[in-house]
Design a protein around this ligand. Structure first.
Ligand SMILES: NC(=O)c1ccc[n+]([C@@H]2O[C@H](COP(=O)([O-])OP(=O)(O)OC[C@H]3O[C@@H](n4cnc5c(N)ncnc54)[C@H](O)[C@@H]3O)[C@@H](O)[C@H]2O)c1
Length: 252
């Protein structure tokens, strides 16, 4: 499989799954438009991609700001001519782990703004561009938490269920327009986001690992490979689906 002649726009590309996806897709020959709020890490990543023979540019984008999202799409379209693939990946976990009655309003508003509204803004900008160019493929990064209940983090759960709902509803609307929209649902994957979650309760690491039939956490690169495949022409009859990457956790 290769992604030569494809252009890919990624949100939340500075770390974890987003960075692994940028590296993997660049390695497959795609030109990358990478964005994040962490500008230092983002520029380091883009420097690395360009130094190893790829083509990439970085733009500071907060996905909760539709003006910044729109400006990023304009810049990517101007740089590359078209935007074939969009990976809507930026996401946060919330600052605290509490039961629903104590869930802080700060966490609620921040998590919904990034994980849900950010995906909405990104899909809107992507669909406008893809309608104009007559094709496109969008992969939204949801979560196992968007398919199954998970305690102590209501906003995260709500936002990821919403991402799956938005993915399926938009896929229904745009199938005739040659635009595919899918989601991936990673289980527990080793990234800074999981490190922060385990930071609340370090004893959870062993407990969570026992929930994974394959007896290990996922690697960001493994999620990146699935995103690249689902976004590519190899998956050209697939739309509105959720691809679960969880080492079997959802079987339990
Ligand atoms: N790691 C896991 O176990 C896991 C499991 C399921 C789903 N996910 C999802 O995968 C995606 C990537 O997470 P990750 O694990 O790589 O985490 P991560 O923290 O390593 O990376 C997330 C990136 O998003 C960026 N970001 C945060 N807020 C932003 C904003 N407002 N605008 C733009 N960028 C912003 C961060 O700066 C960071 O670079 C998220 O949507 C997350 O919910 C992760």
């Amino acid at each position: 499989m290769d992604l030569k002649n494809k252009t890919v726009l990624i949100t939340g590309a500075a770390s974890g799954i987003g960075a692994a996806t940028a590296r993997h897709m660049a390695g497959l020959g795609a030109r990358i438009a990478a964005s994040d709020i962490d500008v230092g890490a983002l520029e380091a990543l883009v420097g690395e991609l360009n130094a190893s023979g790829g083509t990439a540019f970085a733009q500071a984008v907060d996905v909760t700001r539709s003006d910044q999202v729109d400006a990023f799409f304009d810049a990517a379209a101007q740089a590359y001519g078209s935007i074939d693939i969009v990976v809507s990946n930026a996401g946060i976990g919330g600052k605290e782990q509490r039961k629903t009655a104590e869930h802080t309003h700060d966490d609620w508003h921040n998590v919904i703004a990034v994980n849900q509204t950010g995906v909405f803004y990104t899909m809107q900008a992507a669909l406008r561009q893809m309608m104009a160019q007559g094709h496109g493929s969008i992969v939204n990064v949801a979560s196992l938490a968007g398919l199954k209940p998970s305690g102590y983090n209501l906003s995260y759960s709500a936002s990821k269920f919403a991402v799956i709902g938005m993915t399926k509803s938009a896929a229904l609307e745009y199938g005739r327009d040659n635009i595919r929209i899918n989601a991936v649902c990673p289980g527990y994957t080793k990234t800074p986001l999981l490190d922060r979650l385990l930071g609340f309760r370090p004893e959870m690491e062993e407990t969570l690992r026992r929930l994974i039939p394959m007896d290990r956490f996922g690697e960001a690169g493994e999620i990146a490979e699935a995103i690249a495949w689902l976004a590519s022409d190899q998956a050209k009859f697939i739309t509105g689906q959720t691809l679960v990457l969880d080492g079997g956790t959802s079987l339990i």
